[in-house]
Each structure stands twice: as structure tokens, then as C-alpha cells.
Design a protein around this ligand. Sequence first.
Ligand code: SPV
Ligand code: MG
Length: 290
Amino acid sequence: MTKNQTLRASLTSGKLFTAMAAHNPLAAKLAEEAGFGGIWGSGFELSASYAVPDANILSMGTHLEMMRAIAGTVDVPLIADIDTGFGNAVNVHYVVPLYEAAGASAIVMEDKTFPKDTSLRADGRQELVRIEEFQGKVAAAVAARKDRSFTVIARVEALIAGLGHEEAWARGLAYEEAGADAVLIHSKQPTPDEILAFIDGWKGRVPLVLVPTAYPQLTEADIAALGKVGIVIYGNHAIRAAAGAMRQVFARIRADGGIRDVDRTLPAVKDIIRLQGDEHMRRVEASFLK
Ligand code: SPV
Ligand code: MG
């Protein structure tokens, strides 16, 4: 099976597919080694790694090239976060084949206006495009894919925008009608209640996708038991882990006045050399260096 087929098959397998965020190929490789089913090509994480807000400050090209690097490094499917699709339905029609060619197996596109604001910030600027306009964008994405098993995920931001469940259900159903293979429903409420009510009233046929960052109480077993969710995305745990670990180590070196004590707490240099794919390079060396 291709990576695209693996991801697509998982949507109907009845087994929850897990995707971990990554902002570079090293993070993606660690996620793959940890046993996640796939990688989330997070816009939030990549923006954070450049120390800029997740608000279309980075160009599409910067994100696209990172997706190409990640997809070229791991064997598991990559779900690319294309934010609002970098423009209107015409832009989307041109953008989707670029992500497919870069090796992504899916895109997630959200129904906010361009430029977007990040979803989880309190009091973010959350404006949505008209339902019909976003249906056009979903249809443009579906029509533009070359491989039918490339997955198009439409992301509903109605709950993030505070527009309520009726609006969220109407949008999800409209995007399914436009051809979306799955619907991502996002919430920033600190308990799962809002999302559970959405799932309970979801009348669509396509599976749902959750990003439980704000309501971490919901475990994979809880989500799987709901029956309507195909994918769970862990949206920003790689960059938060990296930021926390770096902060701690940097502070310790300053406090200790050197690296003597911190050294043994870190992954060995040889571990990093392994993650760099050294074994492969040595094989190439042995075969071709004359
Ligand atoms: C991302 O990781 O870029 C996402 C998820 O889109 S969230 O930040 O929760 O909006
Ligand atoms: Mg994002």
C-alpha cells in the first residue's frame, strides 16, 4: 500500500489513526519511532519554530518545503496543514497538487478568512468565509488531486469562532457534500463537552478528525469509543516538548557554569548521529566511494 492508501484505508478501518505534530524531519522521525500512525505538518509548530505567530506570516513555500523534507524522511503518511489554502478556490486548485507532489498524503484546509489567526489563542481574530465559498474551495481541492486516495480534510472553525453547534453541523455537512473525505472539528474549550455534543449530533457519513489540545482529558480510548472519529491529531506537542527541554537545559548550563552535569542528561551524540541516517550514508560510502 502507498502512504496515501494507508491513511485512506485507516479512515474506514474502525481503528483510530494517530498523527503527531512535527516542525522538521527530526521531529517527524522521532514521532515515527514512537509509533504514531502519521505526521501532522503543523502550521503552528513551523511558525513557532521560526518564532513568528501562526497567522500566515510564513509563506506557503516555506511550509511546502518543510512538508517535502518531512515526507522524504519518514515512511508514515503526512497530513499537511494548509491553513486556509493560501487564497481562494483558484489558489487551492493550484496549491493542492504541489502538496501532493511534495509527498503529503492529505491536506487539512480550514474555513477561515485569509490571512488566518491561530485558533487556540484567547480572543483571536476568527472570521469565517461563506459556506458556499468554502464548498468551492473543498471541491477545487478534490478536483485538483491526482491520486484519488489523497485525502482532503475540511476543517470547521465555527466552534472556535463561537458560532455554535448548528452552524458547525451545517458547515460540516456542506463540506461533506462538496466532496471532503473527512471533517475536522476544532474546539478550544477546556473540557470535551463542546466537542462531544458536536460528535453526538453529527449526521454526516464521513469520519471526524479531532485535535484535543485544549481538552487533553479525552484519551484515545475515549475517542475510539465514540465511533465517529477516524483521526486524532496531537497539534503542538513536538514544539512544546522541544521548547521545554531547551529552556531547562539552557538554564541548567547557565546555573552550573558549564556543561559537565547536564551532559549525561542529554541524548548521546551517537544517538543524534543515528537519527541523521548515518548508517545509510555509510552503506552508500562503502558501495560507491572508490
Ligand atoms: C496546527 O497545529 O497548526 C493546527 C492545530 O492547525 S491548532 O494550532 O490547534 O489550530
Ligand atoms: Mg494550523
